[in-house]
Design a protein around this ligand. Structure first.
Ligand SMILES: Nc1ncnc2c1ncn2[C@@H]1O[C@H](COP(=O)(O)OP(=O)(O)OP(=O)(O)O)[C@@H](O)[C@H]1O
Ligand SMILES: [Mg+2]
Length: 482
């Protein structure tokens, strides 16, 4: 094996953890992450690209509602192995069944067993992945070739992933290379991008590839709350510091000592909060509200924003010294419309994700859906694309394609650039009827426009009666927009 695999071990059993670590340390190929409970493991699954989950069923678990069972639907591509204690084997067996685990083993297990089982589970996963891709391609070539070249290549590989970020575009590849450099340092990172471009996903990827990956990533949104409140969230407060402060509060910075804090919507912070943040970045000083004691915390700060920070600095709305302090690395995630190459692979990725969740097999999307998606502007970026795919997967027939009729109005109405060539019309539609209609609509519209909507002349040229033309205009809802 040449690629790196991430294995999550969910267990509180020291002996088992040691055997897993020892077994998996025999190959350099594994990154092993130990999680004490379901909550921590869920966080990791949502932040890292995980390949194998080794789940040690804790006593008293709900057999139907636990991490490994829900991972079956939420992260179907992660292989699952369930372990259990001898004296609770019935419960563990039930969990393994519900989770459709690759293997169910009773403890104790030895490192050699872990090593071999992990290897087999990953091999099986890779085989079934290849099988899926191949059968899809086979189905595509049988189904009268409605996929285009670019789209097929996305299935064949060439897709890159940085933890949960999926991409093929050179712009994203460049960004990820920079993000990996940033992850290797302890410097602050600024992440800029429109809404829904994946800022938080990128922040998580950086944190979980950094030297601080053993601690959770603490997230704080700086918008939508009073600045006093924000101050108390991050720096803490003492009892009685303000009305309603009934107990001491530690604050996120001290709670995250040794770890990473992600500040979202950074541009929303007030001038006075900017001063406190600057002091924290320079000296690591934390002074809780209402306290005269000074504490210290060692925290790496990652921050995201979607308004141009440099301009706010020019206008004097954001402190220049704080800006310089924060921009150890400055990463800009391009809007989705600036990297349409990513749209087919993201579409594929989300289809797989949601088809698993709703238990539906969807073969793929038709060529003209991809063309529409690529032409659409996506003001909500990847989040919007994800929501659309999720909706369309729910609408698609079992074993079918997502086709044009599943598209919402605003995307279906986007005009796709016709391919280069004189007078060529891009033919849209999945069925012959749809294609003919799309062509007819364009010919009628073009003729009307040429005759400045003189319907007699247009009808003459088209060999239609006036009533026949009026019917077409009504049917296709054509309007004189000039
Ligand atoms: N490259 C990508 N690959 C896979 N999923 C992505 C990618 N980019 C974004 N997403 C998904 O899109 C959604 C939005 O991502 P995220 O929350 O990180 O965006 P954001 O930039 O923080 O948005 P906002 O500005 O609204 O806070 C998430 O569900 C995330 O999983
Ligand atoms: Mg966000």
């Amino acid at each position: 094996m040449t690629t790196e695999h991430t294995v999550i071990v969910v267990s509180a059993d020291e002996a088992l953890i040691a055997q897993c670590q020892q077994g998996l340390a025999k190959s350099e190929d594994y990154r092993v992450v130990v999680c004490a409970d379901d909550k921590e493991a869920a966080r990791r699954l949502d932040s890292m690209q995980v390949h194998l989950l080794i789940y040690d069923v804790p006593a008293g678990t709900d057999a139907a509602n636990n991490l490994v069972t829900s991972a079956r639907l939420s992260h179907p591509q992660v292989a699952r192995i369930v372990l259990g204690a001898q004296d609770a084997h019935a419960l563990a067996a039930q969990v393994a069944r519900n989770a459709a685990a690759f293997l169910f083993v009773l403890k104790p297990v030895f490192c050699e067993q872990v090593e071999l089982t992990a290897k087999r589970a990953l091999e099986l996963n890779e085989l079934s992945r290849r099988h899926r891709v191949l059968s899809r391609e086979l189905k595509i070539s049988v189904d009268d070739n409605i996929f285009d070249e670019a789209e097929q290549s996305s299935l064949k590989g060439g897709v890159s992933q940085f933890e949960r970020l999926v991409y093929v575009s050179p712009a994203m590849a460049e960004l990820v290379a920079e993000a990996k450099q940033a992850a290797a340092t302890d410097l602050p990172v600024l992440i800029f991008g429109e809404t829904g471009t994946g800022k938080e996903l990128l922040a998580r990827a950086i944190h979980y590839n950094s030297g601080r990956m053993d601690t959770p990533l603490y997230v704080q949104n700086c918008g939508g709350m009073s600045q006093d409140m924000l101050h108390s969230e991050l720096f803490g407060h003492v009892r009685g510091a303000f009305t309603g402060a009934v107990a001491d509060r530690l604050g996120l910075f001290r709670a995250a000592d040794g770890g990473t804090v992600f500040l979202d919507e950074l541009t929303e912070i007030s001038p006075s909060f900017q001063v406190s943040l600057l002091r924290f970045l320079q000296e690591g000083e934390v002074k809780p509200l209402g306290s005269d004691k000074m504490y210290h915390a060692n925290v790496r700060v990652l921050a995201a924003y979607n308004r141009p920070l440099a301009e706010l600095v020019e206008k004097g709305e954001f402190r220049r010294d704080l800006y310089y302090r924060l921009k150890g690395f400055e990463l800009h995630i391009p809007a989705l419309r600036e990297r349409p190459e990513d749209i087919p692979v993201l579409t594929d990725f989300f289809i797989e994700k949601y088809a698993g969740v709703v238990g539906r097999r969807v073969v793929g999307v038709t060529k003209d859906v991809i063309a529409k998606l690529r032409a659409y502007q996506f003001p909500g970026n990847v989040r919007e694309l994800e929501a659309e795919i999720r909706r369309m997967v729910a609408l698609a027939e079992q074993g079918g394609y997502i086709s044009r009729r599943h598209l919402p109005r605003n995307i279906a109405d986007v005009s796709v650039e016709p391919p280069a060539g004189d007078g060529a019309y891009a033919i849209e539609g999945d069925t012959l009827k749809e294609m003919v209609e799309s062509l007819e609509k364009r010919v009628v519209m073009e003729t009307l426009t040429r005759h400045r909507w003189n319907q007699s002349k247009a009808a003459d040229e088209l060999g239609l009666s006036r009533v026949g033309l009026a019917n077409k205009i009504k049917r296709y809802n054509l309007q004189d927009v000039a």
